[in-house]
Design a protein around this ligand. Structure first.
Ligand code: SAM
Length: 325
């Protein structure tokens, strides 16, 4: 059984946001303060288990837990365990800022975590502090070392490039891929934070420009074969152990290959990151047979997945923190 939308795209990848809370306050993502606790109605472990059973029965086989910051959610290991033990799920990952990974890694790995994406937008501690509004880089660098030691594979690093803020960090970030098998992915800044339009336009940097900066320092990049449904176009610095990738969601949208559906922490399916459309499926979670009701909800969501999203600056009802990147 496959979940196919109206444009022939096979939907395989689930992003599950498990909390709107985050212990970082990144300038491009977190316009609000940290909530003290998850709001009532936030997805529970049982909800995640039911949702995964429904999604996997429809052929969705890759799950990435995100947020907010997934590591601030106490029940993350139980959710990972639910994913790792759902028949048909073959890939269980998290996207995290890494800050408390050292504290929690044992329970996560024991639960079945296979791989990790760590957000790292700068190598310079001061630029990092500025971007995260005060966080220390050392714990994040430590999480990267630890992920490699644990054999999580691949270890991907996500960097959003923002002009005048961290674009000068691009060569140093790319350099992280040289000696160790780290996969550094440069993400174009999307207008998902309701930033003032002119400020956003000033700060947006295209993936082509980011690539030019890397090649200026390291010479021509070598192409690496990539799964076409992956949003990243992947390259390698000559002789490097890892890779550099470009997620050019704004300048080169990859909607025609999109294989994703998102579940937000307040129980809505978001079929496309870049349109406002959301299906409230709280009733399906509360149904007598939640797995059957969620299967039906997933089919409905696939039928409504827009052909393409829009990255044009516009006032959005929900910002990235609440959607789950
Ligand atoms: N807290 C986790 C983390 O730091 O990775 C997970 C949530 S965060 C919203 C997921 C990813 O979305 C991060 O890699 C972040 O850089 C990216 N992101 C957030 N806002 C963005 C924006 N406006 N444009 C592009 N990427 C963004």
């Amino acid at each position: 059984m496959e979940l196919i939308d109206n444009y022939g795209r096979v939907l395989k990848d689930l992003r599950i946001s498990i909390t709107p809370r985050c212990n970082f306050h990144c300038v491009y993502c977190h316009p609000l303060g940290m909530e003290m606790s998850d709001p009532p109605g936030t997805v529970s472990v049982a909800d995640v288990r039911h949702f995964l059973a429904a999604a996997a029965s429809l052929g969705m086989d890759a799950v990435r837990f995100t947020g907010g910051e997934p590591l601030v959610r106490r029940e993350l290991p139980q959710m990972i365990e639910a994913a790792a033990t759902t028949p048909g799920v073959r890939d269980v990952a998290i996207t995290t800022n890494g800050s408390i990974f050292r504290k929690r890694h044992k329970e996560l790995v024991a639960a079945g975590l296979q791989r990790i994406n760590i957000s790292l937008d700068a190598v310079d501690p001061e630029v990092f502090r500025q971007l995260t509004r005060g966080a220390e880089i050392s714990a994040v660098l430590d999480a990267i070392d630890l992920s490699l030691e644990l054999g999580l594979h691949p270890v991907k690093l996500n960097a959003v490039v923002i002009g005048g803020v961290n674009d000068g960090e691009v060569p140093a970030l790319a350099e992280l891929s040289v000696d160790r098998p780290l996969h550094v992915r440069f993400i174009e800044y999307m207008h998902l934070n309701n930033a003032p339009f002119d400020e956003y336009r000033r700060q947006y940097v295209s993936g082509a420009e980011t690539r030019r900066r890397i090649e200026e320092r390291f010479g021509p990049l070598q192409p690496v074969e990539t799964d076409p449904s992956s949003p990243a176009r992947v390259w390698q610095i000559e002789g490097a152990a890892g890779t550099v990738g470009f997620i050019n969601s704004v300048s080169e949208p990859f909607c025609s290959h999109c294989s994703r559906l998102r579940l937000t922490s307040d129980k809505k399916i978001r079929p496309c990151l870049l349109t406002e459309l959301e299906l409230d499926i709280a009733a399906a979670f509360a149904a007598a047979d939640p797995v059957a009701a969620l299967q039906e909800a997933l089919l409905r969501a696939a039928g409504k997945k827009p052909e393409k999203g829009s990255t044009l600056p516009t006032l959005r009802q929900r910002v990235m923190l609440g959607i789950g990147g």
